[in-house]
Design a protein around this ligand. Structure first.
Ligand code: GSH
Length: 199
């Protein structure tokens, strides 16, 4: 979702190839695309660019204004994106991304602690800028935040009013809504095992 949103905002045309994960033979398909054996991977001519942040950096070199203009904000945004990839493991593990899911089940404290930490970071950036996005205008940092926004919505995670407004902003973005529309009609093996899916 992250580099997909970035490429959409960059208005760079691209074609998608969807590779279902966790089905027999999926890893071989991924390893044929990158040494890491993960998606996403962007193919540009002969070049294969793995990793969401590397793809986003590639787009930012091709198109202006995907990072904040102010250099201090830009550095903060870049560091923040890396943290969003590397940290918040408990939130990601306990609240896996599933746009079809809506539940109010009690979540473990480790997950709520991560959610609170992210809320604090979002609130800090939002308070320091005029909004509506983390660094004022939309940037790659907002693309990297969007998957977390969906987790707050799916799992009804507690959040501050400022974070709630920001989550609504991300989830009403027209590019996000295109992605969501596809996700809502997607069928995956194992999806029915979620006992509290509420379409
Ligand atoms: N840091 C990488 C992480 C990529 C990643 O973990 N992708 C997951 C899907 S979201 C994947 O390919 N999982 C398959 C696997 O690990 O076998 C990025 O942001 O692109």
């Amino acid at each position: 979702m992250r580099p997909w949103l970035v490429l959409r905002k960059a208005e760079l045309p691209f074609a998608e190839q969807l590779i279902p994960l966790d089905v027999p033979g999926f890893k071989d398909k991924l390893l044929a695309l990158s040494e890491a054996g993960t998606v996403p991977v962007l193919q540009v001519g002969e070049q294969m660019i793995p990793d969401s942040l590397a793809i986003s950096e590639w787009a930012a070199l091709a198109v202006p204004n995907l990072w904040p203009k102010n250099s201090s904000d830009r550095t903060q945004a870049q560091v923040f994106c890396k943290r969003l990839q590397d940290e918040f493991g408990d939130l990601r593990a306990q609240a896996p991304m599933n746009l079809q899911r809506r539940t109010s089940s009690k979540m473990p404290k480790i997950c709520l602690d991560d959610a609170q930490k992210l809320d604090d970071l979002w609130s800090g950036y939002l308070s320091a800028h005029a909004g509506p996005f983390l660094f004022g205008d939309w940037s790659i940092a907002d693309a990297f935040s969007t998957p977390y926004a969906t987790r707050f919505a799916s799992y009804d995670l507690p959040r501050s009013p400022i974070a709630d407004t920001y989550i609504s902003e991300m989830m009403s973005d027209e590019d996000y809504l295109d992605w969501e529309a596809d996700a809502l009609i997607e069928t995956w093996p194992g999806l029915s095992s979620f006992d509290n899916v509420n379409l």
